[in-house]
Design a protein around this ligand. Structure first.
Ligand code: MG
Ligand code: ZN
Length: 275
């Protein structure tokens, strides 16, 4: 479906946990990480942690090895491959970093499924140390968003940019999947006809539950990779059927032709999270 853009958060949405925590914990640096966290933004702590790990002799290959072992639900990769095979435009919007995400996607063999990855820059410098920098330079030009967005990234602004760029390509509908506090702001940018897929009982779910009237998109929750696959594929099917029906209406030449029954009847009604 060329008319569908699916935007995935990465940590705790595609993979089961937070990639930053996973790397720090697996390389035995949890204590220092927790010590630094109250003193500077998360993203800056990660850059500092990479310096510490490099000083301790940990190599890029050590980091890659840890990333390749990050747990992922067995239905997530098939769901992504299927959505891609159906022609959806898949993108990632994450507050992790490019290096972690690309390493994991390459390992999973699904890098080519995504047309765009929006995340904090991450690159290996000439000394072989991983550098992580903020997506938004919050010292020189803070994003100024009043929603609960971290200083280095407002996902809502990135969604607005994607919406503006895809608007040039004609009518498109968006499905957004996420779990975290930072996924709330983009959920507010979604339009009528779009779908928000918050992970149930995670921070974004709680924020949406407290502010259901602020969303224009229909809300479909999911708990794990299996439900993620089921709900995502049913929403893609639902949109496909609606588009087919509207094309048939357009080509019916004003004759009152019967409209095929929607094939998406198996999909439960959208969640009324405020009830
Ligand atoms: Mg997340
Ligand atoms: Zn924001």
């Amino acid at each position: 479906m060329a008319g569908i853009v699916v935007v995935f958060d990465f940590d705790k949405t595609i993979i089961e946990l937070d990639s930053d925590n996973w790397v720090v914990d697996e390389l035995g640096a949890t204590d220092l990480f927790n010590e630094l966290l109250p003193t500077m933004p998360w993203n800056s702590v990660m850059d500092r942690m990479m310096r510490e790990l490099h000083a301790q002799g940990k190599t890029i290959e050590d980091i890659k090895e840890v990333l390749r072992s990050a747990p992922i639900h067995p239905r997530v990769v098939p769901a992504i491959k299927k959505a891609y095979a159906l022609g959806c435009d898949l993108r990632i919007l994450s507050d992790a970093n490019m290096f972690f995400i690309e390493t994991i996607l390459d390992h999973l063999g699904i890098r080519n499924c995504f047309s765009e990855i929006n995340s904090n820059p991450g690159y290996v410098d000439e000394e072989g140390r991983l550098r992580i920098s903020p997506y938004v330079d919050f010292h020189s030009s803070p994003h100024g968003c009043t929603n609960p967005c971290p200083p280095n990234m407002c996902k809502g602004m990135i969604i607005a940019r994607i919406q503006a760029s895809i608007a040039k390509e004609g009518k498109k509908r968006m499905i957004y999947l996420g779990d975290g506090i930072g996924d709330f702001c983009p959920s507010l940018k979604l339009k009528e006809g779009d779908f928000m897929m918050p992970r149930k009982n995670f921070p974004v779910w709680d924020l949406i539950s407290q502010n259901p009237t602020r969303l224009r998109a229909e809300i479909y929750g999911w708990t794990d990779g299996e439900e993620l696959e089921q709900v995502l594929l049913k929403l893609i099917e639902k949109i496909s059927v609606e588009e087919r029906n509207s094309i048939q209406l357009l080509t019916a030449d004003c004759k009152f032709e019967s409209i095929p029954l929607a094939a998406h009847e198996a999909l439960p009604p959208p969640l009324k999270v405020h009830q």
